[in-house]
Design a protein around this ligand. Structure first.
Ligand code: FAD
Length: 321
């Protein structure tokens, strides 16, 4: 076996069990994509099809890793998150300029030449002309107690993603801020057995309380102290048996890279981007959950696709005027 073939096999084994794209290892890429989730792989597809050299740095698991099946996704409804990414990675293999590496990007800085120099988790560094951040968001799951365990099982953030499977069953919706009031009302599409829990942090005005009353939605105001498989426990020890709980925890950027590079963030801490994924920092693009409150696989795939096109356009402009 030739040395290059051998190395290819070694890298493929390191990335097992999925089929992966193995492009050449280069000292400098047209674009490094940070994050091998839906947005990152989708961006890599656009870039690879435009014959650009791409390194996709695949870090940890995707945000939806806790669920067995992803839903509300055109042509792939009910597919597991790992299978979705396996398909995404395997469909990059024809594009021989795309390489995947299971490495975190630990730091990024602008190089003198105008591109970027990245430090990877194996201690190596790599240069790139453009940088695509697709690093996702982190959900704050450390409290209340039990939230981490129940997340993606009986507690979920999106009724479109996981509501159908528990339709017509007893639900609670955590209305801990005013923005959750319309979400709570929308949950009535899936079940009429709904309790709104303000978690001690939101006081609905009288007209909202009247609305909930009219709709047959009881309101519980105490702080939730524990999430359980079978429902909720409140501060005074009251238990509420529920099959499902809709809860939107606080979010932060999963990676500090966008902030370190100086990308402008909005008031919710999301990276501000143009419709083709350009951030406020020249040469840095971003896509997926990290850029929008409208967070789903389909939206992340579309955003990655557009941001990939954005990078290709900019590279073409740099080279061809
Ligand atoms: C419990 C749950 C269930 C969900 N279910 C559904 C569903 O059924 N249908 C649906 O449409 N949506 C669902 N979603 C939303 C969906 O998961 C997200 O919208 C989608 O994953 C966003 O894709 P992304 O690529 O932006 O981010 P992610 O999928 O989070 O991918 C980001 C990737 O970047 C990696 N990364 C971060 N920092 C670095 C770094 N420095 N170096 C290298 N890699 C890095 C991360 O490890 C991660 O793999 C769900 C979300 C949750 C929380």
């Amino acid at each position: 076996m030739e040395r290059r073939q051998f190395l290819t096999c070694v890298v493929a084994a390191a990335l097992a069990p999925s089929v992966v794209a193995i492009g050449p290892f280069l000292a400098e890429y047209d674009c490094v994509v940070v994050g091998g989730g839906t947005a990152g792989l989708s961006a890599a597809l656009s870039l690879g099809r435009a014959r650009r050299s791409v390194l996709v740095c695949v870090g940890g698991p995707p945000r939806n890793a806790a669920v067995a099946h992803a839903h509300n996704l055109f042509t792939r409804d009910g597919t597991s998150p790992s299978e979705l990414l396996n398909i995404g990675r395997s469909q990059l293999t024809p594009y021989t300029t795309v390489r995947l590496a299971r490495r975190e990007v630990e730091a990024a800085e602008r190089s003198e030449a105008g591109g970027f120099r990245l430090r990877l988790s194996d201690g190596s560094s790599v240069k790139t002309r453009k940088l695509m951040l697709a690093t996702g968001v982190a959900d704050a799951l450390s409290s209340p107690s039990g939230l981490q365990r129940c997340w993606g099982k009986n507690v979920f953030a999106c009724p479109f993603c996981h509501g159908w499977e528990v339709r017509d069953q007893p639900w609670a919706v955590v209305v801990h801020q005013a923005a959750m009031v319309p979400v709570a009302k929308m949950c009535l599409n899936w079940t009429r057995d709904l309790v709104a829990c303000t978690h001690g942090s939101y006081t609905p005005p009288a007209e909202i309380l009247a609305d909930f009353n009219r709709l047959g939605v009881p309101v519980m105001t105490q702080p939730i102290t524990e999430f359980q498989e079978g429902g909720l426990i409140f501060q005074d020890g009251t238990r509420l048996a529920r099959r499902a709980v809709l809860y939107r925890p606080a979010q932060t950027q999963r990676s500090p890279l966008a902030e370190q590079l100086g990308c402008a963030l909005d008031s919710a801490g999301l990276v501000e981007v143009s419709s083709f994924g350009a951030t406020s920092v020249p040469g840095v693009f971003a896509a997926g959950d990290m850029t929008t409150p409208i967070q789903s696989l389909a939206v992340a795939a579309a955003a990655g696709n557009l941001a990939g096109v954005g990078v290709v356009k900019e590279l073409a402009h740099d080279e061809f005027g």
